[in-house]
Design a protein around this ligand. Structure first.
Ligand SMILES: [Zn+2]
Length: 254
């Protein structure tokens, strides 16, 4: 599903538009001309359908040269191993897997405890047979690092709080500046705070302040709706609550 000139939505689950598997986050494809990057990989139960959505949008899966992960939660990253393998089969060489320096070792080890998958399965967030296969990470990035995608560049912004090592990505196209926010901020200024070891309300608030201070217009989060223009209003809404020392409303009401 083409959203703007160079951004497509190719995966989405039950907290989105139901394009692929229930357990998939949004998976975006960024088309930089010579190559494509995926932002997040989904949960791994519908990798083939995500690739079908690339093809339906006229994007050659052989041009996907990187998979960039916002964080290591299962719905965003458990599919990275199967996605890397499927794309390697198509292109003859695997795409680069790119993650934050914090998340990289958990992904390389398939560390289901560090990424809170054991707890999330027990809580019924994922089915009992949902697993996190280990996957090599080719590049560990820090805030401020730049990732080339053909003619486009993703700039990493450190946005912990929802989870340790969470990154958002800014990208300027010919027409606008896009923010890929992962699970740091959602439509309407909502947040996703959970009772897991690495979730921190104060870090989440500081990350939203950091995003609010940046200039961007198109807003592409990891779940729920997106905004192709005037997206900064979602950060404005979250900041209203944060300035009063409160927290923005939750993604899923308790
Ligand atoms: Zn998450």
């Amino acid at each position: 599903m083409r959203l703007i000139d160079s951004v497509h939505l190719v995966g989405s689950g039950r907290l989105g538009f139901g394009l692929t598997d229930d357990c998939d986050s949004h998976v975006y494809a960024v088309d930089g001309g010579g190559e494509i990057a995926l932002i997040d990989a989904g949960g791994g139960r519908a990798t083939g359908r995500i690739i079908e959505h690339l093809v339906m949008d006229g994007l050659d899966p052989a041009r996907v040269r990187s998979i960039v992960l916002t964080h290591a939660h299962g719905d965003h990253a458990a599919g990275v191993s199967s996605m890397r393998a499927a794309l390697a089969e198509i292109a003859g060489t695997p795409p680069r897997v790119i993650a934050s320096r914090d998340c990289a070792p958990w992904i390389e080890q398939g560390d289901e405890s560090a990424v809170s998958l054991i707890q999330a399965r027990a809580a019924g967030v994922y089915p009992a047979d949902f697993v996190f296969p280990a996957c090599p990470v080719d590049r560990a990035v820090f805030g401020g690092d730049r990732i080339g995608v053909g003619d486009l560049t993703l700039r990493a912004v450190e946005t912990p709080g929802h989870a340790r090592g969470h990154l958002s990505f800014l990208m300027a196209t010919a027409s606008r500046v896009c923010l890929f926010a992962g699970d740091a901020l959602f439509f309407g200024g909502r947040v996703a705070l959970q009772n897991i070891w690495d979730c921190s309300p104060t870090e989440s608030a500081a990350s939203i302040e950091r995003l609010h201070a940046l200039e961007w217009d198109a807003f592409f989060p990891g779940h729920l709706s997106f905004s192709v223009r005037d997206g900064h209003r979602h950060a404005d809404a979250a900041m209203e609550a944060i300035r009063r020392l409160g927290m923005p409303p939750p993604l899923i009401p308790a």
